[in-house]
Design a binder for this molecule. Sequence first.
Ligand SMILES: [Zn+2]
Length: 294
Amino acid sequence: MKLIHCLGLILILACLSFACTPNPYKSINKQHKKKVEAATQNILEIPKAGEEGDTTNVTDLWVGTTNFSIRRPNFVIIHHTAQDSLEQTIRTFTLPRTQVSSHYVVSKDGTIVQMLNDYLRSWHAGRGKWGHDTDLNSSSIGIELDNNGSEPFTTAQIESLLSLLKRLKNDYNIPTANFIGHADIAPARKVDPSAHFPWQKLAEEGYGLWYDTHMVTEIGIPDKNGQYISKEIMLEPVPSHFNPKEALRIIGYDVSDYTSAIRAFKIHFIQKNLDSDLDDNDLRILHNLYRKYL
Ligand SMILES: [Zn+2]
């Protein structure tokens, strides 16, 4: 009887201590709510015309219309965190001084933590350009994958990411070509997600474009010792007038720093020999690919 009482007491104490454990994110969640309310206030405000310095011809007659909805994201930008844990990333994204965030963080075990409403502008892209879009933060959803940058991504993480991408693509009707990486939009500054990232698998599921793999075959090339080394090559030849810089630009890359644009292309589509120039096979892949973006 005494033992049962004792066990009961332990159980009650355990329950109490669990219930009393403060939510470590209570304070930041409260601050988040305040900031969302401030942003909402901006939307509720009726714009004032004719204020000092306003040189437009907008009259002060305000006519509201009910034919509207909230603007939607049209890109997904994938990152690796370059940090060591989900907790560390959450801490970084909740410290005001870091000025960085993302909509979602995907942990190695596949757990996804959402940190912002999809309609809000996260600070994940920074300075960057894709095609003519120079404000990717405004047009995209940011997804960070917990990964230190030099390790493979886990199966659970990629499976979770795919389920999230499915929802986002469906909810916002995001075009297949608009699933890209941070390095793609900021080639001179960023290298994420790393060459370990399975872009081909994503493309096979409908997120991002890929070259025609049925045009790729394996051949044996003799080395100087007469040994054959197998190498994959794209069979489709490159026409003599092909301009790789123009092709990268058409895909979306900012080619103002051409060397960095080549590197970003290689991180995404070649995933090896990242520091070398485009070789014959890389050019064939680039040529095969860019026509999908025309
Ligand atoms: Zn990034």
